[in-house]
Design a protein around this ligand. Structure first.
Ligand SMILES: C[S@@+](CC[C@H](N)C(=O)[O-])C[C@H]1O[C@@H](n2cnc3c(N)ncnc32)[C@H](O)[C@@H]1O
Length: 186
């Protein structure tokens, strides 16, 4: 749910902090911008001009979910979870950061992120994807996932140094923005 990750989200236009309003039916920024939360639970965080790119369509997301559900990529999901766990073990202590914030970019159906959260107690995750079809899956893939529609090639709608680990699986990446949003050592 978005309430689990609200502290790491930022206004896509000016980077100011966001908070939930009207029982989390919308997010509002310190600068006064408002972003409606879809009834399916995700939010689109794009500046005024909107999104310039398109992600996966409904058929692609459905096909991916069907394929992943057969377990063909189970070794990958275990490896990704292990890599995230190792990254956290070497950078944050559970005492200092009991609820580390994970970001998966191009998160698709949430297959990887939900598995990682199942394995790391207390962690919460931003599932970011540009596709509304993917976002619908992300919003329900795990209770500690907040689903965000955004374009990884733009300024990410995330606070500086707010994220403890980033994963990207078969999806585009933005190293400069990843550096900005990662906490020291992330
Ligand atoms: C090949 S799929 C991989 C999905 C997931 N990581 C997996 O492996 O199951 C690529 C994903 O990246 C998303 N994507 C493509 N361009 C993007 C962009 N510019 N910003 C954010 N997500 C994007 C697509 O919508 C799609 O969900």
């Amino acid at each position: 749910m978005l309430s689990h990750i609200i502290d790491v989200l930022a206004d896509p236009a000016d980077g100011t902090a966001l908070s939930g309003a009207d029982d989390f039916s919308r997010l509002v920024s310190e600068s006064g911008h408002s972003f409606d939360v879809a009834k399916q639970g995700y939010v689109t965080l794009a500046p005024g001009a909107g999104l310039k790119h398109k992600g996966d369509d409904a058929d692609m997301v459905t096909a991916r979910e069907a394929y992943l559900s057969k377990g063909h990529f189970a070794p990958f999901v275990e490896a990704v979870t292990g890599a995230v766990q190792n990254a956290l073990d070497s950078t944050v202590s559970a005492d200092d950061v009991p609820e580390p914030a994970l970001l998966e970019v191009g998160a698709g159906t949430g297959y990887y992120l939900s598995h990682t959260l199942d394995s790391i107690e207390g962690a919460r995750g931003v599932g970011l994807d540009i596709s509304p079809h993917a976002a619908r899956h992300l919003a329900k893939c795990h209770p500690r996932v907040g689903a965000v529609i955004a374009d990884v090639w733009e300024r990410l709608p995330l606070r500086d140094e707010s994220i403890n680990a980033i994963s990207v699986v078969f999806a585009p990446r933005n190293p400069a923005e990843f550096q900005r949003v990662l906490a020291p050592g992330g």
